[in-house]
Write a protein that binds this ligand. Sequence first.
Ligand SMILES: Nc1ncnc2c1ncn2[C@@H]1O[C@H](COP(=O)(O)OP(=O)(O)OP(=O)(O)O)[C@@H](O)[C@H]1O
Length: 210
Amino acid sequence: MINPPRLACENIAAAYNSRVIFESFTLSLQSGLFALRGANGTGKSTLLRILAGAQRPARGQIRIAGTDLFSSPEQAKRQLSYVPDTCPAYPFMTGNEFLRFVATAKQTTIDRQAREMISLLSLSHSLDTRFDAMSLGTQKKIMLCAAWIGTPEVLLLDEPTNGLDASARAHFAALTRHSADRHVLLFSTHDDEFISESDATVLEMDTLRG
Ligand SMILES: Nc1ncnc2c1ncn2[C@@H]1O[C@H](COP(=O)(O)OP(=O)(O)OP(=O)(O)O)[C@@H](O)[C@H]1O
């Protein structure tokens, strides 16, 4: 039996008021690492928000592991993780509390892969720190670890290396490379060095946005 693409979208259109950002974005990905590249303002964050179900497109269809995102959002989102560019506000939570919160929402535990990431990104000593007392880079690392909880089929990461130091960036590149066959990891970036370190396939926004 042929598996459906892990991530598929068809004819996605996005606009803010009357300003069109893209008209017809179509993509079908089975597994691997994909870097969404394009100039500022070409709509990378907008596209990732839409694919994550965090923003409604003007038109189009999205399927996550074969499930329609709009007609069965809960089922589709069980197979999906999304890390926005800016850290959403969790000022009162510690790193540990946030990871447990995500694990509970996904009806799982902080599993082996997330624990490996915590160790690789040297986060163990920050887990009891509240978000409002963490550096931006540390917040980002916790958000990235949370994305791996529950081994989702699709990971959508908006500028994941922003704020990471050189060592964290290298570990993160190795981790993404090694887990590429287990999911679709689509990330936006301006970081060409990370693209080559992670061996990601480049998707040019200008070519894809229709
Ligand atoms: N909520 C919003 N309301 C109105 N316009 C918006 C909104 N969000 C984004 N835009 C506009 O849509 C366009 C695409 O923005 P987006 O952030 O998706 O681009 P991007 O490719 O991710 O940019 P960058 O590389 O700078 O992060 C920009 O011109 C931006 O100003």
